[in-house]
Structures are given as structure tokens and as C-alpha cells.
Design a protein around this ligand. Structure first.
Ligand SMILES: NC(=O)c1ccc[n+]([C@@H]2O[C@H](COP(=O)([O-])OP(=O)(O)OC[C@H]3O[C@@H](n4cnc5c(N)ncnc54)[C@H](O)[C@@H]3O)[C@@H](O)[C@H]2O)c1
Length: 97
């Protein structure tokens, strides 16, 4: 399953990405690197999209065909904004299932 991990270069996001990889999933990182570090993701064999959650076009583009997991703060429930996309699930700052 392809999973978009917003905030995927941060602490929780990076750990979630590693967990998803260990489960054979296909995580995609979406992060603006405002606090996340390239060194957190350089060793990960995943697609990294540099973009901000405040850029709706970028988010909608990145969210095509993925399940979303959010590991950022203060952005509320994006599922309302993204309802036309194949958004299956989104839970803020949730690690695991
Ligand atoms: N680390 C913890 O132990 C912990 C515990 C409970 C809750 N939380 C909450 O979980 C969330 C993530 O925590 P963390 O420790 O992983 O933080 P973090 O700062 O390490 O990661 C947040 C990531 O989100 C990215 N980001 C921020 N704004 C963005 C935007 N507009 N668009 C795209 N990416 C953006 C940052 O670049 C960063 O990579 C926070 O809301 C935090 O308060 C963290």
C-alpha cells in the first residue's frame, strides 16, 4: 500500500516511514523541511516530495492514490479539504494503526 507520510522527515514521521518499510509498504514522504532534516531521510529508499501542507495544489497532487498519515502539527483534518482525492484515512500524529 502506498502511504503518504506528511511530516515524514521529522521524528515521528521518520519512525513511521521505517515501520512501514519494514512491513513491506510503500511510504512517500511529504515534508517542507522546516524542521525535518535531509539526514533523517537520506538513507531511506523512498520517494520524497518537498512541499508544504499550506499549498493545497501540492497536497492534492501528492495525495493521489495514497493513504495519508500526518506527522505534522496544527493543520487540522485535511481529509475535509482533500475529500475529492482517494483519501482513505488520516489521523494526526498517529503512529501505527
Ligand atoms: N515527538 C514526540 O514525542 C511527540 C509526542 C506527542 C506528540 N507529538 C506531536 O507530533 C507531531 C510531530 O512531532 P515530531 O516530533 O515528529 O516533530 P518534528 O518537528 O520532528 O516533525 C514535524 C515534521 O513536519 C514538517 N512540517 C512542519 N510543517 C510542515 C508543513 N506546513 N508542510 C509540510 N511539512 C511540515 C517538519 O519539517 C518536520 O519534518 C507534532 O505535532 C508534535 O507536537 C510529538
Amino acid at each position: 500500500m502506498r502511504v503518504l507520510v506528511t511530516g515524514g522527515a521529522g521524528f515521528i514521521g521518520t519512525n513511521l516511514v521505517r515501520r512501514l518499510l519494514s512491513e513491506g509498504q510503500e511510504p512517500v514522504i511529504f515534508d517542507d523541511f522546516s524542521s525535518g532534516l535531509g539526514s533523517n531521510v537520506n538513507d531511506l529508499d523512498v520517494r520524497v516530495i518537498r512541499g508544504s501542507l499550506v499549498d493545497l495544489e501540492a497536497v492534492v497532487g501528492a495525495a493521489q492514490g495514497v493513504v495519508m498519515r500526518s506527522c505534522t502539527s496544527g493543520h487540522g483534518d485535511l481529509s475535509r479539504v482533500l475529500s475529492p482525492t482517494p483519501l482513505l484515512h488520516m489521523k494526526s500524529t498517529q503512529l501505527g494503526r
